[in-house]
Ligand binder design. Structure first.
Ligand code: DGL
Length: 272
C-alpha cells in the first residue's frame, strides 16, 4: 500500500525549511506542503496560550490541504503544544522526542545540553523526555535568544567575531558543565553548527533535531504503509502568512534553494 498525498510541515516562520531539507534528503519522492507563519514569527518569545492557539491554526491549515502526516518543525511548538498535535486525525511528528532519543544514544558521560527559544527552555519538555529515557542523565538547558535574529540577518560564518562571541556567551555554561552532547532544539540552530562546534569542541556531539525527525517520519510512513510510491521527483508548495522582503535570501540560507513564484502562496491564517 502507498499514499501519495503530501507531508505537511509547519513552523513559526522559515526556520522549518531546515527540517524540510532533511526530510527531502531522507525521502526524496515525498511531496511537501509547508506553512511558515512569517507574519507572526517569532513564537519563541510568546506565551504558552498564544503558541498553542497559533499551532491549532497552522495544523488546521495543513489538514485543509489534505496532508497525510503533519510535522511540527518548530522547536517551540513541539515543546509547548504537542498534546494538541497528537489529537490530529493524521500522524503527527514533533522535533523534541526524536532529538532526545538521539542524544541519549550519543551521550557517554550522561551530560546533555539543550538549546532553544525561551518558550522551549521554559517548557522543560526536553528535560522531561530525556530523564524519562535515561533517569541518570544530567540535562543543562539554555535559551539562545539572539541566535534566530543572528541567522536571519545572515551572520552564520564561524569565523565572524560577532557569531563566535554570541555563541560563546550563550554556550559557556554548557561547556563548563562538561556536556558531551548538545541538542540543537530550534529550527535555525543547525545553520550555526560550525560555529557551535568550533566553540564547544570536536568531542561534543551536536544533535540536529531536523535529521532525527526526518528519519522518524520515514519510519512512521513505512510502518503505516503511507510512503509515496511514485517515481516522480518531489513536488513542494510553500505557504506563508507574509511574503517578507528577505524571504528569498532566508529561504536560500535555510533550505539551500529558493522556492519559485509558482511554488509560493500567501495565506491569511487568522481568517481560515
Ligand atoms: N521556529 C522557532 C523554533 O524552532 C524559532 C523561531 C521562533 O521563535 O519562532 O523554536
Amino acid at each position: 500500500m502507498a499514499d501519495n498525498r503530501p507531508i505537511g510541515v509547519f513552523d513559526s516562520g522559515l526556520g522549518g525549511l531546515t527540517v524540510v531539507k532533511e526530510i527531502l534528503n531522507v525521502l526524496p519522492n515525498e511531496d511537501i506542503i509547508y506553512f511558515g507563519d512569517t507574519d507572526r514569527v517569532p513564537y519563541g518569545t510568546k506565551s504558552r496560550d498564544t503558541i498553542r492557539r497559533y499551532a491549532r491554526q497552522d495544523e488546521a491549515f495543513l489538514l485543509s490541504q489534505n496532508v497525510k502526516l503533519i510535522v511540527a518543525a518548530c522547536g517551540t511548538v513541539s515543546s509547548v503544544a504537542s498534546d494538541i498535535g497528537e489529537q490530529l486525525p493524521v500522524p503527527y511528528v514533533e522535533v523534541v522526542s526524536h532529538a532526545a532519543k538521539a542524544a541519549v544514544k550519543a551521550t557517554k558521560n550522561g551530560k546533555i545540553g539543550v538549546i532553544g527559544t525561551s518558550a522551549t527552555v521554559m517548557s522543560g519538555e526536553h528535560k522531561r523526555v530525556i530523564e524519562n529515557l535515561l533517569p541518570s542523565a544530567k540535562v543543562y538547558v539554555q535559551s539562545c535568544t539572539l541566535f534566530v535574529p543572528l541567522v536571519e540577518s545572515g551572520f552564520t560564518d564561524e569565523k565572524d567575531v560577532i557569531v563566535y562571541e554570541t555563541v560563546k556567551r550563550y554556550l559557556e555554561p554548557l561547556k563548563e558543565a562538561g556536556v558531551d552532547t548538545l541538542i540543537l532544539g530550534c529550527t535555525h540552530y543547525p545553520v550555526l553548527s560550525r560555529a557551535i562546534k568550533r566553540y564547544m569542541g570536536e568531542n561534543v556531539t551536536l544533535i540536529n533535531a531536523g535529521i532525527s525527525t526526518a528519519y522518524a517520519v520515514k519510519e512512521i510512513l513505512s510502518e503505516k504503509s503511507l510512503l509515496n510510491d511514485s517515481q516522480n521527483p518531489s513536488v513542494q508548495r510553500y505557504f506563508v502568512s507574509d511574503v517578507t522582503p528577505s524571504f528569498k535570501t532566508t529561504a536560500h540560507l535555510l533550505l539551500g534553494a529558493e522556492p519559485t513564484e509558482e511554488q509560493l502562496s500567501q495565506v491569511d491564517i487568522e481568517k481560515l
